[in-house]
Design a protein around this ligand. Structure first.
Ligand SMILES: Cc1cc2nc3c(=O)[nH]c(=O)nc-3n(C[C@H](O)[C@H](O)[C@H](O)COP(=O)(O)O)c2cc1C
Length: 410
């Protein structure tokens, strides 16, 4: 079919038609997802499969999120403000259902997304038929509900001015100027066209979070268990280096510094990483044992902040980890005086070669190399939500070792 026979997308001067057009695009993407499911067993993650996975990912990561926000932040509040009697009663029943549908579908999308990410990269990971069926069925029923009740109500109740207001809000969400009838479905680049580090360009670098939520009822009573749950989910979602965390320390004058390290263990005793005790952070921790850890798991729109006091692990524990590392990493730890200046890379290589020659196959853990364990006093779980109205649940340790759980404002 040639392009000019394809029905053009409606303009934002007809916002309800734009929302219906989004539904049609969602139906198209769901059909692609189902075709992909049928295609994979025979062909694997071939070029066609990768292309299909990329198209579905692009749509549900971007346009579908904008569409949900149009409904949650504009269409439904505007309807609630003007509906009366039977319309108001219908909305009172439907709006919580629609919001709950969005949350459930966002959660289901996270699961499918992690599977599609692999396929899009050409990896023969599985695409789960039950996950796809649940996702497609939920969306199909949800869109039918909105088309049967919400769209006709909006068409009946909204004045031309309200239609214009809704269309303008939807345009602004996509970074478009409300003036003039723009074409729908224009997803703005998340990153500004000229990635100069100007204030304006950085201000435009924002994405709206909305894939999941976090409530007091969702979290476990024990923050370490809650951390384990989120860590596993970050792994499932194929977060890049989920074990990388920032460690912030302060020096004797109260001046802060931070750096990334890899967490090697966590349990009820705390969060453990390994480093050189004579490094900058080592010296700072000697002067002030208070530190803060930070995990940012972009793919699941989550952050975990952990604050507490740092102790060194026992020599036995440090030995156990040191000797479990590859020999070359052991030798590198022996050859490096972490954070000290050195004249050149060549000098570093020479130091390594000297250590390797002296040790042969048998490295020895340097005394100044070992583990740090942060014993948490406060752990905050942050879940990104739409329109910057995020969920924050914090655990604060009490004198008797128990934890209280509180909600913080975003
Ligand atoms: C992904 C990543 C992982 C790292 N893991 C560690 C680590 O586990 N231990 C460590 O001492 N440094 C690690 N580093 C290096 C630190 O960021 C830092 O350069 C080093 O610890 C020296 O910091 P300091 O001078 O503040 O003590 C890592 C860096 C990155 C980017």
């Amino acid at each position: 079919m040639s392009d000019f026979l394809i029905t053009p997308a409606p303009g934002f001067d007809q916002p309800i038609a734009v929302l219906k057009h989004c539904h049609d695009r969602i139906r198209k993407q769901l059909a692609t997802l189902q075709k992909l499911l049928a295609h994979l067993p025979e062909h694997g993650a071939d070029a066609d499969a990768q292309q299909a996975a990329q198209a579905v990912l692009k749509y549900f990561n971007q346009a579908a999120q904008l569409h949900h926000a149009d409904e949650e932040d504009n269409l439904m509040p505007m309807l609630q403000a003007c509906a009366r009697d039977a319309d108001a009663a219908l909305l009172a029943a439907l709006v919580p259902e629609i919001l709950a549908d969005h949350q459930r579908m966002d959660g289901d999308w996270l699961i499918i997304k992690s599977q599609l990410d692999s396929i899009a990269k050409g990896l023969d990971g599985p695409l789960s038929a039950p996950d796809v069926a649940r996702f497609c069925d939920s969306y199909t029923a949800h869109m039918a509900k909105e088309e049967a009740h919400i769209a006709p109500m909006a068409k009946r109740l909204f004045s031309p001015e309200q239609m214009a207001e809704l269309g303008a809000a939807m345009q602004r969400r996509r970074g478009l100027e409300p003036a003039g009838a723009q074409q729908a479905e224009t997803v703005p680049a998340a990153v500004p066209a000229a990635p100069a580090a100007s204030g304006d360009a950085l201000a435009a670098l924002r994405s709206d979070y909305g894939r999941a939520s976090l409530s007091e009822a969702d979290v476990l009573a024990d923050p370490i268990g809650q951390f384990a749950r989120w860590f596993d989910e970050a792994v499932q979602a194929r977060v890049n280096e989920p074990n990388a965390m920032s460690v912030a320390t302060v020096d004797a004058d109260g001046k802060p510094s931070s750096r990334i390290v890899l967490i090697k263990q966590y349990d009820e005793r705390g969060f453990t990483w390994y480093a050189n005790y004579d490094s900058q952070k080592g010296r700072q921790l000697c002067a002030n044992p208070h530190a803060a850890l930070l995990f940012f798991w972009n793919e699941v729109e989550r952050q975990v902040r952990i604050e507490g006091t740092v102790v060194r692990t026992s020599a036995e524990e440090s030995d156990q980890y040191f000797y479990s590392r590859p020999l070359k990493s052991q030798l590198a730890a022996m050859a490096s005086q972490q954070s000290a200046t050195i004249a050149s890379r060549a000098q570093m290589e020479a130091n390594y070669a000297a250590v390797a020659a002296a040790c042969g196959e048998h490295a020895t853990r340097p005394e100044q190399w070992g583990g740090y364990r942060l014993q948490p006093q406060r752990i905050e779980f942050w879940q990104g939500r739409r329109s910057r109205f995020h969920d924050r649940i914090v655990y604060v340790r009490q004198a008797d070792g128990s934890w209280i759980i509180e909600r913080l404002q975003p």
